[in-house]
Ligand binder design. Structure first.
Ligand SMILES: [Zn+2]
Length: 806
């Protein structure tokens, strides 16, 4: 197919070109001033009306301002893990520092365990699952168990620093403690809470921490999280964050220092946030020697070997040990404990310090875990450090247990395990590496860049999934990343049942795609296609560094990315983060124009050639050789039938007038007139609604090609249709939109000119005839040889199927 060809009169072209210029000038002055707030459908309208007005705490660049403040909470906790009752008993002392300019009469405390209490908002607002036509045993067990489990905190006492009881009111997963004296700005207060709760079976009820029971050796793995009353966040932008915990919107917490004493059966091994304070009391000499060796080793070293862990499974001493940990500048604290733990470690150089990357897992996790877990931790610290800031904590831990993937400062819980026979699928292997990268990565977002997870899931999950993708691609070539590549998100983007990324954590539809996949892809597109790697990386790092150990909000992220990249990205945030449109740009039409010099001789010659090239009509074809009247009746021919008559003959007058036109032109203008340049006008249509740059590969008749990029602002006057002029001396034979699949364009079918046929295949099948009851009865009576043959063939089929794990 070739473009619609048209010639243009030279003067008309000149007018058109200069016209564009003047139109633009006049269009910009009166309109753009109004446009800022006027057209809600303008994809380039600024987002300032939707964002908080900058002030002294958060400035217009997206950075913390001179009056920035945040609260601080230090914790001292004594906790006992009761292995017989699978229960936590603890006393937590919270020293709360009011660094806000406000006086606070009460504190709000998060009681996350109350989510499991009968009658909780989490349980009562869970809508019906689909039961028909079938439901898994696992899902059924979970439904039954969650209605039976005696969960939730039992608060024994709430007192102030002087042991005086304080009035407190439970409201769902929150508790208000009324202080005897309001805390003035700059003051601090202390509260102590004595509490206990039953540990949930995280293998049955979906939870972010809990227990897992191993029938064979009668042991538990405990992953203990959200295990103490934690003070809610009080912020400059939202005051108390006391939204109820429904299970999905995670946490927002205050940074502070922790001292935690964990008492467990003596033979249990504890993995925890923080630095161990009493190694001499809880570690063997051999473990300490191996730890010292691991610090300098090139690959992970066993601190507890698989054999030692297996031997430890049957030990029951009936005594306890207390493990004491300190953690500085963390927003939370978690730990794990079991008799079953293998323990390996590797020292990772991060700047001037050595971080201990460590993994804890049972023999059931082998051989996968000793090969990949700790290496994946080390890889994460290295890659994330490059894109944000150096990992500031002394340890980074990955624990295998009942939770598939959950993060806390310095420690995370990861679920993937091989089959019982030690073999594993590709999905399990990469699932493990990916989940370790992801959960360790959460140390950066949101453990250190302390965004409000209860309100905005994407601020940590989206950013983290983006960096996870970069880290995965640095692990090995063609790493099977689930998210990050634009083409992976097109199915979701095209579909229904969506809400914008800027949706509250609990109200999101299609959680994984909305809060993980789409923002990760958007950032990847921003990096590869909109800003370029260097500029994006600079801006992203600037965001991470500005908000390290501080509390960013969405506008702080958006503003910082623009401030540091020097590019107005409001259209991008609007389209990708505030909307649900998708990307689908189509090539509608291509027209070719050439300069018509106006030379009457050339014009006549061109017309003659066009006439000659024109195919005969069917009637003319069939009338070939027909005897016409004029041929046999004399006297019908005149001048117009004679060879002297030339229909296209150029008159001298026309030549003179053309010469006069030429005489009036400068030599430069005459040169332009002689050009044989092709002027292609390509019409694009924005079918999906989301404005994006137009990336087009132009193929020429001489077998060369070139990439052209038209920034998204090409859509600024009309976001539905635009035309672009391509001026070339070559002949264009083919156009391809987004050939490198950079923009998440959901339909490749309209990305080609001329249209491209996409071949497909279909299968043939044969109806299988089932035996009727009479035939089956006959089969049962006589030992039918045909039946034997069928049995054999089905045996064969069974053997060919991959062996199931035993
Ligand atoms: Zn996550």
């Amino acid at each position: 197919m070739s473009p619609r060809l048209a010639t243009i009169v030279f003067l008309a072209l000149l007018t058109a070109v200069s016209g564009v210029g003047t139109d633009e000038v006049s269009a910009q002055s009166p309109e753009s001033a109004n446009r800022k707030h006027s057209d809600p459908h303008d994809p380039f309208a600024q987002l300032d009306p939707w964002w908080p007005t900058p002030g002294a705490t958060r400035i217009a660049s997206g950075a913390p301002g001179p009056a920035y403040w945040q609260q601080r909470a230090d914790y001292e906790i004594d906790v006992t893990l009761d292995d017989d009752q699978q229960q936590i008993n603890g006393v937590v002392k919270i020293r709360y520092h009011n660094q806000s300019p406000h006086t606070l009469p009460y504190l709000w405390i998060q009681l996350d365990q109350n989510r499991f209490r009968q009658g909780s908002d989490a349980l009562e607002t869970t809508t019906a699952p689909s039961l028909s036509p079938r439901i898994s045993f696992g899902a059924m067990k979970s439904i039954l168990a969650s209605r039976r489990f005696d969960g939730g905190y039992r608060i024994a006492s709430v007192t102030d620093g002087a042991d005086k009881p304080l009035r407190h009111t439970d409201i769902g997963t929150m508790m208000r403690i009324d202080l005897s004296t309001p805390i003035a700005p700059g003051e601090q207060t202390e509260v102590a809470i004595e509490y206990s709760y039953k540990i949930v079976d995280a293998k049955v009820i979906r939870a972010r921490g809990g227990k897992e029971y191993f029938e064979d050796d009668k042991n538990y793995i405990y992953e203990i999280a959200q295990w103490f009353p934690r003070v809610a966040a009080y912020t400059d932008f939202g005051a108390w964050q006391h939204k109820s915990f429904l299970g999905r919107g995670e946490f927002t917490l205050e940074l502070g220092n922790y001292r935690v004493r964990i008492t467990v059966p003596s033979e249990m091994v504890v993995a925890s946030t923080g630095t161990l304070q009493n190694p001499d009391q809880v570690l063997t000499d051999q473990w300490k020697q191996r730890l010292a060796k691991a610090e300098q080793a090139p690959t992970p070293v066993f601190i507890i070997t698989p054999e030692e862990a297996e031997a430890n499974e049957s030990v029951r001493t009936e005594t306890t040990k207390t493990w004491e940990f300190d953690a500085t500048n963390v927003r939370d604290f978690a730990f794990a404990a079991s008799r079953k733990f293998i323990w390996d470690a590797l020292g990772v150089k991060v700047g001037s310090q050595t971080v201990m990357a460590m993994s804890y897992y049972p023999n059931e996790a082998e051989p996968l875990w000793s090969q990949y877990s700790t290496e994946a931790i080390a890889h994460t610290l290295e890659v994330y450090g490059r894109y944000s800031f150096e990992y500031p904590y002394p340890v980074a831990i990955s624990v295998n247990g009942p939770v598939y993937g959950m993060e806390y400062p310095m420690i995370c819980f990861n679920g993937p395990r091989p089959e019982d026979d030690g073999t594993y699928s590709k999905a399990t292997k990469y699932g493990l590496i990916s989940v370790v990268i992801h959960e360790v990565g959460h140390n950066f977002f949101p453990m250190i860049v302390n965004s409000d997870e209860r309100q905005w899931t994407w601020m940590d999950e989206g950013l983290n999934t983006f960096l996870q993708y970069l880290a995965e691609q640095e692990w090995e070539e063609d790493y099977p990343s689930r998210r990050g590549d634009p083409e992976k998100i097109t199915g979701y983007m095209r579909g229904n049942n969506q809400r914008p990324i800027m949706t509250g954590s609990e109200e999101i539809l299609q959680f994984g795609n909305n809060a993980y996949g789409k923002p990760a892809t958007a950032l990847n597109i921003l990096r590869e296609t909109i800003l370029g790697r260097e500029s994006f990386d600079f801006a992203f790092r600037e965001y991470a560094r500005r908000w390290k150990f501080k509390r960013p909000t969405p506008s702080d992220f958006f503003r910082t990315m623009e401030d540091a990249s020097g590019v107005d990205l409001d259209w991008f945030w609007r389209g990708w983060f505030y909307g649900t449109d998708h990307v689908d740009i189509a090539i509608d039409d291509v027209q070719l124009y050439k300069i018509d010099s106006g030379d009457p001789d050339e014009q006549a010659e061109r017309t003659r050639q066009e006439k000659d090239r024109e195919e005969d009509t069917i009637t003319k074809d069939r009338n070939q050789g027909m005897r016409r009247r004029i041929d046999w009746q004399p006297g019908l021919k005149d001048f117009y039938n004679s060879p002297e008559y030339d229909e296209w003959k150029v008159e001298e007058e026309d030549r003179k007038s053309f010469q006069k036109f030429l005489d009036g032109l400068s030599s430069q203008e005459r040169a332009i007139l002689r050009r044989t340049t092709n002027f292609y006008i390509v019409d694009f249509r924005n079918v999906g609604g989301l404005v994006m740059p137009i990336l087009i590969r132009v193929h020429y008749a001489d077998n060369t090609s070139e990439m052209m990029t038209f920034p998204a602002q090409i859509w600024r006057s009309n976001s539905k249709r635009v035309s672009k002029l391509i001026v070339t001396d070559k002949e264009i034979v083919r156009l391809e939109l987004d050939p490198k699949r950079q923009t998440a364009d959901v339909d490749e079918g309209n990305n080609h000119w001329p249209d491209k046929m996409v071949p497909s295949r279909f299968k043939l099948f044969k109806d299988e005839k089932k035996k009727n009851p009479m035939q089956k009865a006959a089969d049962d009576q006589n030992d039918d040889p045909k039946q034997d043959a069928e049995d054999e063939s089905s045996d064969e089929k069974a053997e060919q199927e991959p062996a199931k794990g035993k």
